[in-house]
Design a binder for this molecule. Structure first.
Ligand code: SF4
Length: 487
C-alpha cells in the first residue's frame, strides 16, 4: 500500500475522508472552492518568500537553486509501508548534502491562524523522505502564511517525538485504509464544509439519523449524548428531557444548570425535526416593524474574512404597493455597492448613507448579525453622531434572531441556506457558496484589468458574485414573508 502526504492530510482531518479518497466513488466527489482558495494563498505566500522563480526537481537541487518545486520524494515508513510525497516548496538552507555546501528544508503554506497537527505531520513526512535523498538531516521545516498581505514565517523543529507521532499516524492510516467499510462520520461535522465528500456523507447522516443532523449538536454534545446511550436523532426525540438532564448532571455536576437547559432544548429540537413540523415559540408577530413600512431594504454583505474586507454591500429595494401588498421580490431593483479598499471607507460610508437616506425609515432586513455589526462599526469609525447610529440600529432587523426567538423549525441548521431551502427557495446558481464567491472575488481583484481570457472570466465572475449576493437577499425575504404569513 502506498501512503501519500495527501492521504495523510485527509486522514488527520477525518479518518473517513482518507478512506473515501482511496476507495470512494470518485464521481461523487465534488469540487470544493476551499482547496482552490488554499492553493491560491499558497502561491501568494511562496511568491512573497522566494525572490526568484524556483527551480524544478532534482536538477535544481543539484544546482543549488534557492527554491525548488516539483520534486517527488519516496521511501519506506514503519512496518515497511511505502511512502511518497510532493513537498510544494523546498528552500535552500545551510549545512552540507550530497549536492554540496547546502541542503534543503520543506516549506508549508499554512491556512488558518495556528500551526496544527496536520501541518506538523505534513512537514515531518516531507522531512523524513527528503533526508535520505539529500543525505543530510532535515531538523526544521518552515511554515509561512499571509503572503497576499504580510508574510509570516515560523521555523518548526521536526524532532524525534514528532517523528514517533508520524510513525503512529502512518500505521493507523494504513489500518483505516485496509478496512472494507469506511470509518464513521467525523464527530464534529463543521469540518465537512471543507470536504469534497460532503454531499455523500450528508446522505449517510440523514439516513442514519446521525446526531449531527440535530441543530445545536456539535462534536462535544454528541459525545456527551453518546455517553448516555443516545446515538440517533430518533433516540434523542424519544428521550425524556428531565431524565436526560439528570443523567448529564450526574456525569458532569459542574455544569448542572447548563445541562438542564441544553437537554430540554435539544430534545425539543429533535422532536420538531423528527415530526417535520415547525413549532411556534412566541405568539406575537415576529416582524411588527413591517406593519406600517412603505418598503424594506434587503441587505447582504460579501466578505473576505482574512483580509477583513467587506467588499460588497448588496441591497434589494422592495417598495410596497399603495394597497399595502408586497411585490414580487424577484422583480425588485438590486443595488450592489462594491467597496474597494483602495477607495477608502469614507467614500463607502457616504454611498451607504446616501442609499439609506433615499428610503428613510424603511426597515433594513438582513440574516445574521454580520451586516448590522459591520454597518454600525463603519458608522462609528466614520464619526457618525450618536443619534444617527441609534436610528440606524433601530432600522436594522436580524431575521435570524427573529426566527430563533419565535420558531423552532424542522431544520438541521438555522443558517440561511437551510431555512430558506426548507421554505422552497432555490438559488439561481447551482453549487455556489461563500467560498466560491470569495475565490471569484480574489480572481477579479487579480485579473479584472487583464485584456485576455483571464480578464474576461474575472469580469464574468463579478456578475456571478452579484447574482449570488442578490439571491441571498431574496432568500432572506422568503424567510421574512413566511414570518409575516404566520401572523
Ligand atoms: S464530509 Fe465530513 S464525514 Fe464525510 S469524509 Fe468529509 S469530513 Fe469526513
Amino acid at each position: 500500500m502506498l501512503l501519500t502526504d495527501r492521504l495523510l492530510r485527509s486522514w488527520v482531518r477525518c479518518r473517513r475522508r482518507a478512506w473515501l479518497d482511496q476507495h470512494g466513488p470518485s464521481e461523487q466527489r465534488q469540487w470544493n472552492a476551499h482547496r482552490a482558495l488554499a492553493l491560491q494563498e499558497q502561491v501568494q505566500s511562496f511568491q512573497a518568500l522566494v525572490a526568484r522563480r524556483p527551480g524544478h526537481g532534482l536538477a535544481a537541487c543539484a544546482a543549488g537553486a534557492d527554491a525548488v518545486v516539483g520534486l517527488r520524494v519516496q521511501g519506506a515508513g514503519p512496518a515497511g509501508l511505502a511512502l511518497a510525497a510532493h513537498p510544494p516548496l523546498l528552500q535552500r538552507t545551510g549545512g552540507s548534502s550530497r549536492w554540496g555546501d547546502w541542503s534543503y528544508r520543506p516549506v508549508l503554506a499554512r491556512q488558518g491562524y495556528r500551526v496544527t497537527r496536520e501541518h506538523r505531520l505534513q512537514l515531518a513526512l516531507w522531512a523524513r523522505l527528503l533526508a535520505p535523498l539529500q543525505q543530510a538531516p532535515v531538523p526544521h521545516g518552515l511554515v509561512v502564511a499571509g503572503g497576499g498581505r504580510q508574510l509570516q514565517q515560523e521555523r518548526l523543529a521536526l524532532g524525534e517525538s514528532l517523528q514517533r507521532q508520524l510513525d503512529d499516524s502512518l500505521e493507523r492510516l494504513a489500518g483505516d485504509l485496509d478496512r472494507s467499510e469506511p470509518p464513521p462520520l467525523v464527530s464534529d461535522r463543521k469540518k465537512c464544509t471543507l470536504c469534497g465528500w460532503r454531499r455523500l456523507c450528508d446522505q449517510v447522516a440523514a439516513a442514519e439519523g446521525h446526531l449531527s443532523e440535530v441543530s445545536g449538536i456539535g462534536g462535544k454534545r454528541r459525545d456527551l449524548l453518546l455517553s448516555q446511550g443516545i446515538g440517533t436523532l430518533a433516540e434523542l426525540a424519544a428521550t425524556d428531557p428531565e431524565r436526560l438532564a439528570a443523567q448529564l448532571e450526574q456525569a458532569d455536576p459542574q455544569h448542572a444548570r447548563q445541562h438542564a437547559a441544553i437537554a430540554a432544548e435539544l430534545v425539543a429540537q429533535a422532536r420538531v425535526q423528527a415530526a417535520g413540523v415547525a413549532q411556534r415559540l412566541e405568539l406575537g408577530p415576529a416582524l411588527p416593524e413591517l406593519d406600517a413600512a412603505a418598503g424594506v431594504l434587503l441587505y447582504d454583505i460579501e466578505s473576505d474574512p482574512d483580509a477583513r474586507d467587506d467588499f460588497l454591500h448588496g441591497f434589494v429595494v422592495l417598495r410596497r404597493s399603495p394597497s399595502g401588498l408586497w411585490p414580487d421580490a424577484g422583480a425588485a431593483a438590486y443595488q450592489p455597492l462594491l467597496a474597494l479598499q483602495e477607495h477608502g471607507e469614507t467614500r463607502l460610508w457616504l454611498r451607504l448613507r446616501r442609499l439609506l437616506a433615499t428610503y428613510p425609515e424603511w426597515p433594513v432586513l438582513h440574516y445574521g448579525e454580520t451586516e448590522s455589526l459591520a454597518l454600525v462599526r463603519l458608522a462609528q469609525r466614520q464619526g457618525a453622531a450618536e443619534a444617527e447610529i441609534a436610528q440606524l440600529r433601530s432600522r436594522l432587523i436580524d431575521l435570524h434572531a427573529r426566527v430563533r426567538s419565535s420558531w423552532r423549525l424542522p431544520v438541521g441548521s438555522y443558517g440561511l441556506k437551510a431555512v430558506a431551502g426548507w421554505l422552497g427557495f432555490a438559488w439561481s446558481q447551482q453549487g455556489v457558496d461563500g467560498a466560491r464567491c470569495l475565490l471569484w472575488w480574489r480572481q477579479w481583484r487579480q485579473w479584472h484589468r487583464d485584456p485576455g481570457p483571464r480578464g474576461r472570466a474575472a469580469r464574468r465572475h463579478l456578475s456571478q458574485i452579484f447574482a449570488y449576493n442578490r439571491d441571498d437577499s431574496l432568500a432572506s425575504w422568503t424567510v421574512a414573508r413566511w414570518l409575516l404569513d404566520q401572523g
